[in-house]
Design a protein around this ligand. Structure first.
Ligand code: ADP
Length: 474
């Protein structure tokens, strides 16, 4: 009955993207369904860890090559997140502020995994299943099954979820000594393209792997940064399960981060009040359609296309709509967007940075949310937008394809386009501007999409069914 989720991120402890939202919600819903799911993640020196109480439940040490690392396992004392939360703390490695981008990231995440295994091994814990998320915990399946140190745990079922297949966490064979007493006849299970590749190793060694949408499961065989053949060969082990959203956190009728709550019976009024607050803050006219973008400003998200597409659309529809961006990422893209804002101050606003409260207000106060992603394993933004009555404009890829139906099709409610290019984005924006002027149609679509069920309750059940197929005890 006992499941450990291992992840680099978990909302609200530390969030960079969708991984955090999933790991912060899925275990909670699994516990509500009668499982005993806990989360284990690295310790970060951030608001959540500073403001909450933890007790040390284990102290130990592990070897990373010739370096002995002393670690502590801390447990949040109240279980207020809806699951037991354990943090692995190692001075100098797992006690810093940021989640990613340290030069010793390999050491950081290998140490995290070793400390976790040593903890459950020495404290004689026997979970029924270990659920690893992305490459930061990708070595766990190999170590469980091919290291003499952990033979006691060698029958433990493992599930590996790929939230982003572009990042593999690969490192060179010169650092093999970081791994403890492994069966050297099995090192091929660690290898991809001449290096130790945690993502590839997890796919090879786990009992089953999942992707965060059914379409992404297929797309990984076409585009996964060099692992295409691996996914093609292993596809029978894969299952696509669309993420859900945490409807406790993302509920427009109760969300404390909004300027005004949006009740089911007063959708138009509620949205208008949030739009007014948003437009006031950014000095935009609330009378025009507001199209927004939220997310990492990276090529994967198609963020590099935004400035050119908006410039063309502003010229095509002079004064016809407003555009608002919240995000941070590639410096070049940030600059292009700030330049766009300087050139079109009445129609464009740009906030460079990360702001959870502002994100909620944008979901609530916008008319449309644009996602021109080149790669989108699931995408949560479109699900939040739907719930907050904001019509998603998405490229047909990954989870966007699985969750948004074009309003031109039967039962549709969003706007979809095929290519991540300027022409397709501009065409989609023209459709949005026309739709906005058909108030009645837009209101009907809003009401329809806000009633759609993308809650975790549904997706959590799909994970439980998968667990049960592996381990009938669960
Ligand atoms: P990814 O994990 O690839 O970044 P997802 O769509 O799965 O993309 O999840 C993105 C999550 O991060 C959403 O909750 C979104 O609201 C949030 N987010 C992204 N960028 C920002 C930002 N600059 N400020 C606030 N929230 C953000």
């Amino acid at each position: 009955m006992k499941i450990f989720h291992l992840s680099a991120e978990c909302y609200p402890v530390a969030k960079v993207g969708g991984l955090a939202d999933v790991v912060g919600a899925l275990p909670k819903y699994q516990n509500l369904a009668g499982l005993q799911a806990a989360v284990v993640m690295p310790f970060y020196d951030r608001k959540f860890t500073q403001e909450n109480e933890f007790e040390t439940v284990f102290r130990g040490s592990t070897l990373l090559g010739i370096r002995r690392l002393y670690f502590e396992i801390l447990k949040e004392t109240t279980d207020k997140l809806g699951f037991e939360l354990f943090l692995v703390k190692i001075p100098g490695l797992l006690d810093r502020e940021e989640v990613y981008s340290y030069p010793d990231e390999t050491e950081q995440f290998v140490a995290f995994q070793l400390a976790f295994l040593d903890w459950i091994n020495y404290s004689q814990q026997s979970p029924d299943l270990i659920h690893c998320h992305d490459h930061h915990s990708g070595l766990i399946p190999f170590l469980l099954y091919h290291s003499r140190l952990y033979v006691r745990l060698a029958n433990t079922a493992t599930v590996f979820t790929i939230h982003n297949g572009q990042y593999h966490g690969a490192f060179g064979w010169d650092r093999l000594s970081y791994l403890p007493e492994i069966d050297l006849t099995q090192t091929g299970l660690l290898d991809w393209a001449g290096g130790i590749n945690p993502l590839a190793s997890a796919v090879k060694c786990c009992w089953r792997y999942t992707t965060v949408s059914p379409t992404y499961l297929h797309e990984l065989t076409i585009q996964s940064n060099g692992l295409e053949y691996l996914f093609y060969m292993e596809h029978e082990k894969g299952v696509g399960i669309l993420n859900g959203i945490d409807t406790d956190v993302w509920n427009p009728a109760t969300d404390p981060m909004l300027a005004n709550k949006i009740s089911k019976t007063q959708i138009t009024k509620g949205k208008q009040a949030n739009k007014a607050a948003l437009c006031k803050r950014f000095d935009l006219s609330p009378d025009k359609p507001l199209i927004s973008f939220i997310g990492r400003l990276v090529v994967e998200k198609g963020a590099d296309l935004l400035a050119t597409a908006m410039e063309e659309s502003f010229n095509e529809h002079p004064g016809g709509f407003n555009f608002l961006v919240l995000g941070a990422g590639d410096k070049e893209t940030e600059k292009e967007l700030l330049d766009l804002k300087a050139f079109y101050p009445e129609s464009c606003a740009v906030f460079i940075g990360y702001d959870e409260v502002l994100a909620h207000l944008i979901y609530a106060g916008s008319d449309f949310l644009l996602m021109p992603s080149r790669v989108e394993p699931c995408g949560l933004n479109q699900l939040y937008a739907l719930r907050y009555g904001t019509l998603p404009i998405v490229r047909s890829t990954g989870g966007l394809k699985d969750s948004v139906i074009d309003f031109g099709e039967e039962g549709g409610y969003g706007i979809r386009f095929n290519n991540a290019d300027v022409e397709d984005i501009c065409h989609a924006i023209s459709r949005a501007v026309i739709l906005y002027n058909n108030t009645k149609h837009l209101q009907t679509l809003r009401k329809f999409m806000m009633a759609l069920d993308f809650s975790w309750a549904r997706s959590a059940k799909a994970y439980i069914d998968l667990y049960k197929s592996l381990n009938p005890v669960i």
